[in-house]
Design a protein around this ligand. Structure first.
Ligand code: ATP
Ligand code: MG
Length: 210
């Protein structure tokens, strides 16, 4: 992805931020469907180093979450994974990530930040949210259990954010559900890529005794 936009032609980079603890089919299908709908040249998955909204629980070590993202995305040539938020250290703020990406790519590369319906409702609370709004456009995808309605659309229209809504295949799957299933000794087969499932098993992630 390093030379995206180097030829001067317009390009679009999708950014999928998250904790990915672990990555699952909900993340993958939504990234793929946004890629297709918006003609994105690539989507980069960026696991958060130290997510500020998840301080209330023990997040799995970043290296494991990163490894699982790599395993899950390697079969899609349009998907990539970046360790930039993990390498940066300290609390993870999207504004820093977007500034880094903006500085790296030429102006003909448009940054498209992808979020689910739950996450987009919180963007006004993000660190330096006005700056975030100026750095990327947003695509909010539907997610079962969360609403994207006209009232939200109106709120975004009055704000500095540019947010499009996109309906994607409804997959009522979450990382929380996968973690709980593993801790209860239940199967996560078909809820994530088989390589991720193997990784979880081999590294004993999400088991109660850990
Ligand atoms: P957790 O249950 O731990 O919060 P999660 O499944 O919500 O995990 P995150 O890493 O928190 O996954 O989410 C990363 C991004 O992916 C967020 O923008 C979130 O809204 C989106 N997302 C996650 N799961 C889905 C899904 N099933 N459908 C649509 N979007 C999703
Ligand atoms: Mg979440």
């Amino acid at each position: 992805l390093d030379n995206l936009g180097a030829d001067g032609a317009p390009a679009r980079l999708g950014i999928m931020g998250g904790t990915f603890d672990p990555i699952h089919i909900g993340h993958l299908a939504c990234a793929e469907q946004v890629r297709e709908a918006y003609g994105l040249d690539a989507v980069v998955f960026i696991p958060a180093g130290s997510p500020v909204f998840k301080r209330d629980r023990d997040v799995t070590p970043a290296d494991d979450r990163l490894a699982m993202c790599r395993l899950a995305t390697e079969s899609n040539p349009a998907f990539d994974v970046s360790a930039m938020e993990i390498k940066r250290g300290g609390d993870t703020y999207t504004v820093d990530t977007l500034r880094e990406l903006r500085a790296h790519y030429p102006d003909n590369v448009e940054l498209v930040f992808i979020t689910g319906a739950d996450a987009v409702a919180k963007i006004f609370r993000w660190h330096e949210s006005e700056a975030v709004a100026g750095l990327a456009r947003f695509v909010a995808v539907t997610r079962p259990g969360y609403t994207l309605n006209d009232e939200m659309r109106a709120t975004f229209e009055k704000s500095p954010f540019t947010v499009d809504f996109l309906e994607v295949t409804g997959l009522s799957v979450s990382s929380s559900d996968l973690r709980r299933r593993v801790s209860e000794g239940k199967s996560i087969r078909y809820l994530t890529m088989s390589r991720v499932r193997d990784y979880v098993c081999e590294h004993g992630l999400y088991r109660k005794e850990r």
